[in-house]
Design a protein around this ligand. Structure first.
Ligand SMILES: Nc1ncnc2c1ncn2[C@@H]1O[C@H](COP(=O)(O)OP(=O)(O)OP(=O)(O)O)[C@@H](O)[C@H]1O
Length: 532
C-alpha cells in the first residue's frame, strides 16, 4: 500500500543527494544527542529491526514525550537548529537549504502552537501537522465532499483535539496510539481516515477491521460508521451471529468489518474468513482488548491481518504503560497522541463521593436522591449481574421507568434495553460494566456508581457516559467502609480532573489496586423476591 510522504515536507524539493553529507552528520548527532529529528523522513528506520530493550524503549519514549510537551520551545532551543544555521552561514551555496530549514522550522512552530492550544501531546518522528479545521481535510488530503457534507449534517463544525491530530497521523500512513478523554470524538477520529483511504467500495474482500470489546459498542460503531459514510456506497458490516450463519464468509463483500474479538476470531477459525487484505485495523478501547481474557483472540485477529503494509491504531481514554509496551511489539514506528493527560477523567463531569455506610444506606441514599431530584437519563453501575437484577427488582416498584442490562440477557434483549434507554422510554438504566465503555447515550445527566468501581480505568469509563461532546454531567460514587482503602485512587482521578476532594481522603495511603470487588450484602429488601 502506498505510504504518503510526511506532510511536513509536502511541497518542498529537498535534494537528498546534494546534501548527503549533512544528512549523515545530522544522523550521527541523532544517535548521540536524542534530539528532535527533523530529517528522519529521509531515512525511515525500521524499528522492528532494532534490538532495543523494553526499558530503553520506555526511556526513549519518555524523552520523546517530554520534548513534545515542551511545545515549540524545544525547537527554538534545539542545538541542532543552531548547528544547521551556523553551517549555512558559512556556505553560500547552501542558501536554499537554509530557506527550506526555515520553512520547516516555521511549520514546526506553527504546529506546536496549535498543539499547545488544544492540549495535544505527540511523540514520534515527523508527526503530521494537526488540522486547523475540517477544511484542511480537502485542501491538504483531498477529502471527498460527501464526508465534509456528513460532518456538517451531523452538526460537527470543528474537529475535536483528538480528531485534529489523529486524523492527519493516520492519513500520513502512520500507525498510532491515541489516548483522549471519554466523549471526545475518538470514533470519528479513526473512521474518517479509514473512509478517506479506502476511497470507494470494492469487491476485494475485507479491507478494514474495527474491534470493539462489546456487542453494544460494535453495533454503535457500525451505525456511526454508516452515518459518516452516507453518500458513498461502502459495504459496512457488523459481524453478527446471523451474518455468520447466513453468509459464506469466504465470499463476504465487505469494506469495513466491525466485530468483537471473540466473534471475529471464531469466524477466522471456523468459517475461514480471510483478513489477509485488511489495510486498516483499529483496536477501540484497546486497553480492554489487551486484558487477559481477550488477548488470545486479539492475537489471532492480528495474525490473520497479514498484509505487511497494514496500518494499526489503538484508541482509548485509558492507556496503561503496560498496554503500550505490549502493543509496541506489533506496531511499526507508531505515533503517540495524548490529549490532556493520560488516564484522566473528562473535565466536564462534576464528580462527588458519598459515604453511604452500608448496603442499606446506599439504597436509602438512592431513593432519597430520586425523590428530591430525578434528572433523567441516569445510569447506575453495579459490580455484578446478580446485583443488577436485585437493584432492578427494588426500583421497578418505585414508579420509576427503569431498565437493566447485564450479560445474562440475550443479544436481542440487550439491544432492546439500549434502544429503550436511547429513546427515553426508560429514564434510569441499571448496568454492569458491560456498557461502561464507549457507549454514547445522548445527554446522560448523571452516572451513579452504586457499587464502587473495581479500578481507576473502570471509574473513568463509567463516569464518561456523562459529560460527552462538550456537555456537562454529574457523577456520584457511593462508598462504604469496604471501599475506604481504595478511595484515594479514585480521589486522585477526581483531583486530576479539577474536582474538589476532601483533604482527609487525599491523605489516605495509596494502595496498589488489584480488582476491587468485595463481597457485598444483598441489595434486596423485598422478602418474596429475596427468598426466590
Ligand atoms: N467534531 C465534533 N463536534 C461535535 N461533536 C462531535 C464531534 N465528533 C464527534 N462528536 C460527537 O461526540 C460524541 C462522542 O463521540 P465518541 O463516542 O466518538 O467519543 P469517544 O471519545 O469515543 O468516547 P469514549 O471514550 O467514551 O468511547 C458523539 O455523540 C459524537 O457524535
Amino acid at each position: 500500500m502506498e505510504k504518503i510522504a510526511s506532510f511536513l515536507f509536502a511541497g518542498t524539493s529537498f535534494n537528498k543527494k546534494k546534501y548527503a553529507d549533512e544528512i549523515t552528520r545530522f544522523k550521527e548527532k541523532k544517535e548521540t544527542e536524542n534530539e528532535v529529528d527533523y530529517l528522519s523522513s529521509f531515512e525511515r528506520v525500521n524499528p522492528g529491526s532494532e534490538e532495543v530493550t523494553a526499558s530503553k524503549k520506555k526511556r526513549k519514549r519518555k524523552q520523546a514525550a517530554s520534548e513534545a510537551v515542551e511545545g515549540f520551545n524545544v525547537f527554538k532551543s534545539s542545538k541542532k537548529a543552531l548547528v544547521i544555521s551556523e553551517e549555512n552561514k558559512t556556505d553560500e551555496g547552501e542558501d536554499n537549504l537554509s530557506k527550506e530549514k526555515k520553512k520547516i522550522n516555521l511549520k514546526l512552530e506553527a504546529d506546536s502552537i496549535l498543539r499547545k492550544q488544544y492540549n495535544i501531546h505527540v511523540s514520534g518522528n515527523n508527526v503530521a501537522s494537526p488540522l486547523k479545521s475540517f477544511a484542511d481535510l480537502s485542501s491538504v488530503y483531498g477529502c471527498e465532499s460527501y464526508l465534509l457534507h456528513n460532518f456538517s449534517e451531523l452538526g460537527f463544525k470543528e474537529p475535536t483535539p483528538i480528531q485534529r491530530q489523529a486524523i492527519p497521523v493516520l492519513l500520513s500512513g502512520r500507525e498510532c496510539f491515541a489516548c483522549a478523554p471519554t466523549g471526545s470524538g475518538k470514533t470519528l477520529a479513526f473512521v474518517s481516515p479509514m473512509l478517506m483511504k479506502l476511497k470507494h467500495a470494492s469487491t476485494e474482500g475485507v479491507r478494514a477491521v474495527i474491534l470493539c470489546p462489546t456487542r453494544e459498542l460494535a453495533a454503535q460503531t457500525t451505525r456511526e460508521c454508516k452515518k459518516l459514510a452516507e453518500g458513498n456506497k461502502f459495504y459496512i458490516k457488523l459481524l453478527t451471529k446471523k451474518l455468520i450463519r447466513s453468509t459464506d464468509l469466504t465470499k463476504l463483500r465487505c469494506d469495513i468489518l466491525i466485530s468483537t474479538p471473540l466473534r471475529l476470531s471464531s469466524a477466522i477459525k471456523k468459517r475461514k474468513l480471510d483478513l489477509s487484505r485488511v489495510e486498516y485495523l483499529v483496536l477501540d478501547e484497546s486497553d480492554k482488548l489487551f486484558e487477559l481474557g481477550l488477548i488470545k483472540q486479539i492475537d489471532s485477529v492480528v495474525k490473520a491481518c497479514s498484509n505487511p503494509s497494514i496500518i494499526r491504531s489503538l484508541f482509548s481514554a485509558t492507556l496503561p504503560d503496560s498496554v503500550e509496551e505490549l502493543a509496541r511489539t506489533i506496531m511499526h514506528d507508531a505515533v503517540r497522541v495524548i490529549i490532556g493527560r493520560k488516564n484522566t477523567a473528562s473535565e466536564s463531569v462534576n464528580q462527588k463521593l458519598v459515604f453511604a455506610g452500608t448496603e442499606e444506606g446506599k439504597l436509602l441514599a438512592l431513593r432519597q436522591s430520586f425523590q428530591e431530584r430525578l434528572n433523567p437519563p441516569v445510569l447506575i453501575f453495579v459490580q455484578s449481574k446478580e446485583r443488577a437484577k436485585e437493584l432492578y427488582e427494588e426500583l421497578k416498584f418505585d414508579n420509576i421507568r427503569v431498565g437493566v442490562i447485564h450479560s445474562d440477557l440475550s443479544e436481542t434483549q440487550r439491544e432492546n434495553v439500549v434502544n429503550d434507554f436511547r429513546a427515553g422510554k426508560t429514564w434510569v438504566l441499571i448496568a454492569t460494566d458491560v456498557i461502561a465503555r464507549g457507549m454514547d447515550f445522548k445527554g446522560v445527566n448523571c452516572v451513579i456508581n452504586y457499587d464502587f468501581p473495581d479500578s481507576a480505568a473502570a471509574y473513568i469509563h463509567r463516569i464518561g457516559r456523562s459529560g460527552r461532546a462538550g456537555r456537562t454531567g454529574e457523577a456520584i460514587t457511593f462508598y462504604t467502609e469496604d471501599d475506604v482503602p481504595f478511595l484515594r485512587n479514585i480521589a486522585n482521578v477526581m483531583a486530576a480532573s479539577g474536582c474538589e476532594v476532601p483533604s482527609w481522603i487525599m491523605a489516605l495511603r495509596k494502595l496498589r489496586w488489584k480488582k476491587h470487588r468485595p463481597k457485598r450484602e444483598s441489595i434486596l429488601t423485598i422478602p418474596d423476591v429475596a427468598e426466590e
